[in-house]
Design a binder for this molecule. Structure first.
Ligand code: AMP
Length: 689
């Protein structure tokens, strides 16, 4: 697939039509042209000259050098014509015509009106005539028929006004999307451009694309860290806002990981690059954000489908308006012909087609700036409809750094054997046990089996050991005294780890994991943002679950769940409600995938980015409530936009009944809607937090 940047796409509907044309070319079936990003993707064997020709039929063109010209064309009309100049000239002719008509000479006035019409309408006209010959009825065709009709019945003044307003409408329409795209491009501009590589002690500036893993780079204060890596030398505070959206500086010392795109605030850092830029978290994030803009939401697809039928439908209504009243109700042919022409102009679906994309692109961009990666418009739409949020406990509501708070040993080898078994486990509890047993010599188990959600079975020196929670101890005889100790740990809300053989218990540990400071506030904010139910799903036992749930203020919890039971719970919760699942994206991938919306936290770890629909780049839930609020806002804006666009058209159409619709009211109803829809959608970008 080849990728090109296309400029001059004025309207979502025309973009769809252009793509359809390109799809008809040999090997062009898979080509896609996105209005949201202005990107054209093509198989390399498609004849590019033909594609250019198709694009130019609508005033669009492929940009020569993607990187150097990105911001230069904004104030020009896409075709390279200075559209503002044309429209102003046109308006000047119109006013001159108006004055000449009143004070001077009718015929000179007609000439001036014609000049105004031609200046602002000629592009529409050329396209419209071509379409007419091909019997393709889109808005340009309708406008052309309406204009010819208006001039035909001597409505020079109105014809000119309609041409000017239509031109202005198209211009404004392109402008709104350009604004949303620009703000996304600004986001993409945070990518570092070059790196200072240390090569045998020599500093060498290289392009970011030629930076390789294992190279050593020097980053001075104020410079961007080029790619993910480890600090070899130096100490500094670093701004990771590009990744996490959080501008609080983070202290970095030797051996600590750094992200590409973050800014070094103070000292000089010597960094060993661990990933080429293309593989870095930032590159992946930016790529995803860009891709996200191209996906279409169900609402958008529906509108596009609707728009396809809307224009022909309007033509039929127009014919009815022109014919029925004069034929059956004694209406005047001239009056109703005029009304019918006005109805044709109502056929422009542009404001309607625009009602969704600007708001969605703005919403995705705004969230990305906040360190929240929404992988597509669909997910943004879903986020705004979420009713229930299910949380994983460890690492999500708690810090995910469990520690051994207390233990009782009934055998001196307890810690040593427990640690030897945990050595191969990636469970957070395993790390806690290993820390406790620091310094002890470990034994290599002969056999080891993980029992998901309950523990580990291992064989050491011919003896089978069970390590895990109570449920894992079914084959073990537990004495009353030990049972009492277990109950005590459970009552105080600790997670249990028991080590036993079939004959005896070697020891028990109570493990704690601190609740994150912000959890309670976040849960409250989520309820305020309209989330009805907050549920915790955990493999831990009842007492710990109860303690955490009540401390953070969840509406309910389910304890003692095995991984597949978590999936079942999600399915149950989803009956009739939209459910989001939040986890760290590593242990709970199946539950994330089952929920309507999977949200992962975790600073851009690969697995989190891949599994989830939405990724929180910070290591906490703090920004989630505001993301939900903005998603809700986007959803209600889209609804409002659709109502406005259709409502104004309906009013215009109803005006034909008393015969009050004029050509300029018809075009104004679309322009008004376009302006309103654009402005309302852009408020998503500019609203605070
Ligand atoms: P999980 O659903 O993975 O959180 O596991 C549920 C419970 O099983 C934990 O709370 C522990 O009691 C126990 N468990 C699972 N894996 C281990 C392990 N590697 N070491 C000790 N206990 C474990």
């Amino acid at each position: 697939m080849e990728e090109y940047k296309v400029k001059g796409l004025t309207c979502a509907n025309c973009t769809r039509e252009l793509q359809e044309e390109i799809n008809k070319l040999p090997s062009g079936q898979t080509a896609s042209l996105s209005y949201n990003t202005g990107k054209l993707k093509l198989e390399s064997n498609v004849d590019i000259e033909k594609v250019k020709k198709i694009l130019s039929s609508d005033g669009a063109y492929i940009e020569a050098d993607e990187h150097e010209h990105e911001h230069e064309h904004d104030h020009h009309h896409p075709t390279g014509v200075n559209w503002i100049l044309l429209l102003s000239l046109s308006a000047g002719f119109y006013i001159a015509g108006f004055l000449t008509d009143v004070f001077f000479n009718e015929y000179i006035a007609i000439g001036l009106f014609l000049a105004a019409t031609v200046l602002s309408g000629y592009q529409t006209f050329i396209k419209g005539l071509k379409n007419l010959f091909k019997l393709k009825f889109n808005i340009e065709t309708l406008m052309t028929i309406a204009l010819i009709g208006a001039l035909g019945i001597g409505e020079w003044k109105e014809g000119a006004l309609v041409a000017i307003l239509f031109g202005l409408n198209e211009y404004l329409e392109g402008l709104g999307m350009q604004k949303a795209r620009n703000s996304m491009e600004k986001l993409l501009a945070i990518a570092p451009k070059e790196a200072t590589v240390l090569d045998n002690g020599q500093e060498k500036i290289v392009k970011i694309s030629s930076l390789k893993a294992n190279q050593i780079v020097l980053v001075r204060s104020g410079e961007k860290i080029p790619s993910d890596g480890l600090v070899l030398e130096g100490k500094s505070s670093v701004n990771e806002a590009a990744i996490t959206g959080e501008s609080m500086p983070v202290e970095k010392d030797k051996d600590e990981p750094v992200y590409g795109g973050s800014i070094n605030n103070e000292g000089v850092l010597k960094i060993q690059i661990t990933k080429a830029y293309e593989e870095s978290s930032l590159a992946k994030i930016l790529h995803l954000v860009e891709e996200a803009q191209e996906t279409k939401t169900p609402t958008e697809l529906f509108i596009n489908k609707f728009a396809k039928y809307y224009t022909p439908l309007i033509m039929i209504i127009s014919a009815i308006v022109m014919l029925i009243p004069p034929l059956f109700f004694n209406g005047s042919w001239g009056d109703w012909f005029y009304q019918g022409l006005a109805v044709l102009i109502v056929g422009c679906p542009c404001a309607l087609v625009l009602s969704s994309p600007i708001a969605i692109v703005s919403g995705i961009t705004k969230n990305a700036r906040n360190g929240i990666l929404v992988k597509g418009g669909v997910f943004l739409e879903q986020l705004g409809k979420i009713h229930t949020i299910a949380f994983d406990k460890t690492g999500t509501l708690t810090k995910g750094q469990p520690f051994v708070e207390d233990y009782v040993e009934y055998d001196p080898k307890f810690l040593q054997i427990a640690a030897s078994i945990e050595k191969s486990s990636s469970h957070p509890i395993a790390k806690a046990v290993l820390r406790k047993a620091d310094g002890l010599s470990l034994i290599e188990p002969e056999e080891i089996t993980t029992v998901s959600g309950s523990g580990i079975v291992a064989k050491i020196d011919g003896v089978t050991y069970f390590l895990g929670n109570e449920a894992h101890m079914k084959k073990v005889q537990i004495e009353e005294e030990i049972k009492a100790q277990i109950q005590q740990y459970k009552r105080s809300g600790m997670t249990l780890v028991i080590l036993a053989t079939t004959e005896k218990v070697l020891g028990i540990m109570g493990i704690s994991d601190e609740i994150r400071e912000e959890s309670a506030d976040v849960i409250q904010a989520l309820h305020e943002a309209g989330i009805q139910k907050t549920v915790m799903l955990t493999g831990d036992h009842e007492s710990t679950a109860e303690k955490v749930a009540s401390k953070v203020g969840l509406t309910s919890y389910f304890a003692g769940l095995l991984p597949d039971e978590k999936v079942e719970k999600i399915k149950e919760l989803s009956k009739g409600n939209k459910v989001a699942m939040i986890g760290d994206g590593i242990n709970d991938a199946p539950a994330l995938a089952t929920a309507d919306l999977g949200i992962a936290m975790g600073k851009g770890t690969d697995s989190a980015i891949e599994t989830a629909d939405i990724v929180l780049m910070q290591d906490h839930l703090g920004k989630l409530p505001s993301a939900i609020k903005s998603a809700k806002k986007v959803n209600s804006i889209i609804k409002l936009n659709i109502t406005l666009a259709l409502g104004l058209k309906l009013i215009a159409l109803l005006l034909t009944i008393p015969g009050l619709l004029t050509l300029w009211i018809a075009i104004l109803s679309d322009m008004g809607a376009t302006i309103l829809v654009t402005l309302i959608s852009l408020t998503v970008l500019y609203e605070r937090k």
